[in-house]
Design a protein around this ligand. Structure first.
Ligand code: FAD
Ligand code: FES
Length: 336
């Protein structure tokens, strides 16, 4: 841990070793039968402040490429939020049948206000994106665990996909203010779906844009420039679609660089009660548990997430025997 309670970057050699039946490193690291693999990242620590619920006033709404950026007045949330956290909006108004809140990453904070970038897709996000200045919305936040900050002097590489890049803007500014070198790669399917390009370009060098169709920046996926830049990074932060997070985490892990990924699992309650948002993550003791993205995440150490097994019930997950018929003992000698 560093002085401010944040975990450090790479752990000392051999500090944490165990057999990890994950695929994240196995595709890039040569498999060594019976060998142990050192985990590079600690579980993300909890946030400094508890969430609050209240009405936030919309004070700004503007289109940003394919998205809408909303700015909301909510000092209790804005003044305590840390980069990587999110808020959960009640959608549809007081008589709406849409019972579930919609989780949206916090893109920026300042002067008692926070901003979010909304991609209008189905009913809930379309309602959110249609909010106008002066309107109020019920919101809970800040939620989830923030991005842990690296030890002093650690160069950081930020990787954002689609609107996921917005969640890295506050982190990039914070890292720069603490004297870190920051590089960034921002990618999307096409130019219209790029996000936060100017904000991240202002804090990062080198700064690379990619689009799948070549309509802006380099043609191709973020993984091309990430593979080039990761060797110069001491820590990698990523937010975007799950396949991108997995690829970025794999690249970092293969080069023994710790990574932090902010996942976007479907959430129902958003506060740790319903278990909707779980995914298999290797815990501090080396065993895999279903971790709730809303309270143990959304930020996880990239090499701890078992991306191959997301959406499944791996037999070695702690408690798997109580959840389904298939169970293989996770620990030698354990009785199923
Ligand atoms: C941590 C986090 C950060 C996010 N950040 C952003 C962001 O910055 N910008 C953005 O546009 N979107 C973001 N999202 C996605 C956002 O929460 C919505 O899912 C998305 O906007 C679609 O909402 P909708 O109402 O249009 O779609 P709908 O299909 O009407 O509703 C989707 C919602 O239904 C619920 N849901 C769907 N499937 C399931 C399921 N299988 N089990 C339980 N509940 C389910 C979830 O609450 C989900 O959010 C984020 C999600 C998470 C978890
Ligand atoms: S969304 Fe309910 S536990 Fe995470």
């Amino acid at each position: 841990m560093t002085e401010d309670g944040t975990p450090g970057g790479a752990l000392p050699e051999g500090a944490l070793t165990q057999e990890v039946p994950t695929s994240t490193g196995e595709r890039l690291l040569p498999p060594v039968p019976g060998a142990t693999r050192e985990l590079l990242g600690e579980p993300a620590p909890p946030p400094l402040h508890p969430p609050v619920q209240g009405m936030a006033v919309v004070v700004g709404s503007r289109p940003v490429s394919a998205y809408v950026e909303l700015t909301l007045e909510a000092p209790d949330i804005a003044d305590t939020a840390q980069p990587g956290q999110f808020v959960a909006f009640a959608v549809g108004g007081p008589t709406s049948a849409m019972l579930l809140r919609r989780s949206i990453a916090i893109a920026g904070v300042g002067e008692g206000r926070f901003s979010v970038v909304v991609s209008a897709r189905a009913a809930g996000s379309t309602w959110l994106a249609s909010l106008r200045p002066g309107e109020e919305v019920d919101v809970v936040g800040p939620l989830g665990r923030p991005f842990p900050l690296p030890p002093e002097g650690t160069p950081a590489l930020l990787v954002g996909g689609g609107y996921g890049a917005a969640a890295l803007v506050g982190l990039g500014g914070l890292l720069r203010s603490r004297g870190h070198e920051v590089a960034a790669v921002v990618g999307a399917g096409d130019e219209a779906r790029l996000c936060s390009v100017d904000d991240l370009a202002a804090v990062a060098a080198p700064f690379v844009v990619t689009t799948d169709d070549g309509s802006s920046g380099r043609r191709g996926r973020v993984t091309g420039p990430v593979a080039e830049l990761v060797a110069g990074a001491g820590v990698v932060y990523a937010c975007g679609p799950m396949p991108m997070l997995r690829a970025v985490a794999d690249l970092a892990t293969a080069r023994r660089v710790p990574s932090w990924v902010a996942v976007e699992e479907s959430m129902a309650c958003g506060i740790g009660v319903c278990m909707t948002c779980v995914l298999p993550v290797v815990s501090a003791d080396g065993r895999t548990r279903f971790s709730r993205s809303c309270v143990e995440g959304p930020v996880f150490a990239g090499d701890r997430v078992r991306f191959d097994d997301v959406g499944t019930l791996p037999a070695d997950v702690v408690g798997a025997d109580a959840m389904g018929p298939a169970h293989t003992p996770a620990v030698e000698g354990e009785t199923p």
